[in-house]
Ligand binder design. Structure first.
Ligand SMILES: [Zn+2]
Ligand SMILES: [Zn+2]
Length: 286
């Protein structure tokens, strides 16, 4: 398992981004490819992304995930919102393909007034199309939601159904631990992690899991609220993360903290993650 945090791209990209990643002690990172709360995207800056690629290689930072905008709703029946959302994810896939970035991670959005069956059909068709027209290279990861309201993808069953409907090897999942807890997976101890992993294996398949969002949370189990907290300092706690991070079936994934941030806090969370996983930091490649 490789560990990292979400790092910013604002100001002096990519030099500052890589500096931040190194200061925090990242082996892998997640970034946004534009304003995560806006629709506008700037044209592809070939020079900057090439430099990013060079610096990543130099410092052994891989893989990289682009987290798509929070506005994205690939499930909605609102045509404008659906078209804009598809465009944003297509943009991120394009940046990833051109910039040699391994993954784009996206939320699925909300069913709204549709039935679940209609929503799954719609979101699956949207994802199929996005990946079919995307340039070769990046894989699209679907993130589990906290399950609030009519949010799509709150259960492993639902994500599995979407993956099977899409049926494309370039689509995988990113599992957010805080979202899993909020949607009712009791991952705070060995037994709970066992049950969660069984659900993952049964509905998704371990090979499809490419990333974890390592977030603890203070909300109640099944509260359907999306609030992140420092690793091992919330309800999932030391026992939950230790059990999860030591699963050999997850050894291949990139684990990214999206916890409250400062360089010190990032370092603290990564230290906790590695300690609980029982690993020391892998040596960056020269
Ligand atoms: Zn997310
Ligand atoms: Zn979240």
């Amino acid at each position: 398992m490789r560990f990292g945090v979400h790092v910013g791209i604002g100001g002096n990209f990519p030099i500052k981004t890589i500096e931040q990643a190194r200061a925090a002690g990242c082996e892998c990172i997640q970034i946004f490819a534009g304003n995560p709360r806006g629709w506008r995207r700037t044209p592809y800056d070939a020079r900057a992304w090439q430099e990013f690629k060079t610096l990543r290689k130099q410092h052994g930072i891989f893989p990289v995930l682009i987290h798509s905008s929070y506005l994205v709703n690939l499930t909605t029946t609102n045509r404008t919102l659906h078209a804009n959302s598809s465009m944003l994810v297509a943009h991120d896939l394009e940046v990833a393909a051109r910039g040699g970035i391994e993954f784009v991670n996206t939320h699925l959005g909300s069913y709204g007034e549709q039935t679940r069956t209609a929503g799954i059909k719609r979101v699956s068709a949207t994802i199929s199309k996005l990946i079919r027209v995307a340039k070769p290279g990046p894989m699209l990861l679907l993130e589990n939601s906290a399950g609030a309201g009519n949010l799509c993808g709150g259960t492993m069953e639902e994500l599995g159904e979407i993956l099977r409907t899409v049926g494309d090897k370039r689509v995988g999942v990113c599992l957010d631990t805080a979202h899993a807890w909020a949607s009712g997976y009791d991952v705070h101890d060995e037994k709970g992690v066992d049950a969660f992993m069984s659900a993952v294996r049964k509905h998704i398949g371990l090979k499809r899991v490419r990333a974890l969002h390592l977030n603890d949370t203070k909300v109640d189990l099944g509260a359907k609220r999306d609030l992140h907290w420092h690793l091992a300092q919330g309800r999932i706690g030391t026992t939950g993360f230790r059990a999860l991070l030591r699963r050999p079936e997850l050894a291949h994934v990139a684990a990214i903290c999206e916890t409250p941030k400062s360089v010190e806090e990032d370092r603290m969370n990564l230290r906790a993650a590695r300690r609980l996983a029982g690993v020391t930091r892998s040596k960056p490649k020269a």
